[in-house]
Design a protein around this ligand. Structure first.
Ligand SMILES: Nc1ncnc2c1ncn2[C@@H]1O[C@H](COP(=O)(O)OP(=O)(O)O)[C@@H](O)[C@H]1O
Ligand SMILES: [Mg+2]
Length: 293
């Protein structure tokens, strides 16, 4: 199933056709006329969260979380403020260990793996934190170069080349020598994204990427996330409660409910909106707007 078919088509020279749910397959017509069928159930699992309970000491934030993120999904973690979205992200990026349960990267159970294996998996992640989290005393180029200097043996010339390339991917070619304070909030987010992509991650994680952005910059960031997903083939995991983003970029999701302290829905958010009978999911996905039938 393709969302935003026209947008995708414009970006990549694809056209996509929406088909009935009963025949749930991706049907992509490439620009050379070849039709690619991709049955939903044949997507390769990339991240599997299994029976996860998350807690701070005795305080259980969420329990019994189980879901699968497929390769190249744009997976949304959604739910109201304070329900545990960022906490779930921290479990998925290796920053917080589960009270119970597992997080698998393909066949490897992250929290049961040794430090070398954990390090290898974590290197395949790119993370964009809420503020963009750039060093204010460093230029954009220096910020993006940091992970390359830390984790690779590239020489300065090679690093400079990659830095310029990553900045150009996010529309910041020519801004190498600017400091974070000299550019707009939207540009800072994009620079943070260039840094998150420095090591060619297999998975990009975002915590509330559009927080603090005006709607146009937020929309641009969404487009950029989709473009990068397409061109890099990366899997994307996004924490957000922005409805516009959820429907525009998400093809899979989990919904966390603070009352029951567990997940109460998962799947394509557009499909959840169309088909879920649960009033909690409905009111979240419509925010008081009546369901259109
Ligand atoms: N470091 C921490 N220590 C104790 N409790 C925390 C910590 N971080 C978050 N919490 C609590 O865990 C719950 C979930 O927080 P969080 O994951 O940040 O929610 P969300 O991202 O959905 O807004 C909240 O009740 C919050 O107060
Ligand atoms: Mg949060």
């Amino acid at each position: 199933m393709f969302r935003r078919a026209e947008g995708d088509a414009k970006l990549k020279g694809y056209s996509a056709i929406r088909i009935p749910k009963s025949q749930m397959i991706d049907l992509v017509v490439l620009s050379n006329g070849i039709v690619v069928n991709e049955p939903m159930n044949q997507k390769e699992p990339h991240i599997i969260v299994k029976d996860l309970t998350m807690a701070y000491g005795d305080f259980v934030v969420m329990r019994d979380l189980s879901f699968t993120v497929a390769r190249a999904d744009v997976f949304i973690i959604m739910g109201g403020s304070g329900c545990g979205k960022s906490t779930l992200l921290r479990h998925m990026i290796g920053l917080k260990s589960p009270a119970k349960g597992q997080v698998f990267y393909r066949d490897t159970s992250f929290w049961e793996a040794g430090p070398v294996e954990q390090d290898r998996i974590m290197r395949s992640f790119g993370v964009l934190y809420q503020s963009g989290a750039l060093w204010s005393s460093m230029t954009l180029a220096e910020n993006v170069a940091l992970p390359l200097e830390q984790y690779t043996k590239l020489n300065p010339g090679g690093i400079r080349e990659i830095v310029s390339f990553k900045l150009s991917l996010v529309g910041l070619a020519g801004f190498e020598d600017f400091y974070p304070a000299e550019i707009s909030g939207g540009m800072r987010k994009r620079a943070g994204l260039a840094r998150a992509m420095a090591l060619d991650p297999e998975v990009l994680f975002f915590d509330e990427p559009s927080a603090g952005l005006d709607p146009i910059s937020a929309h641009r960031l969404d487009d950029l996330i989709l473009e990068l997903r397409e061109s890099l083939g990366a899997t994307v995991v996004v924490v957000t409660h922005e409805l516009a983003s959820i429907f525009a970029i998400g093809n899979n999701s989990v919904f966390l409910d603070p009352e029951t302290r567990t997940q109460i829905a998962q799947g394509d958010p557009n499909q959840l909106l169309a088909e879920s009978e649960d009033p909690r999911i409905h009111s979240f996905l419509t925010r008081g707007v009546e369901k259109k039938t």
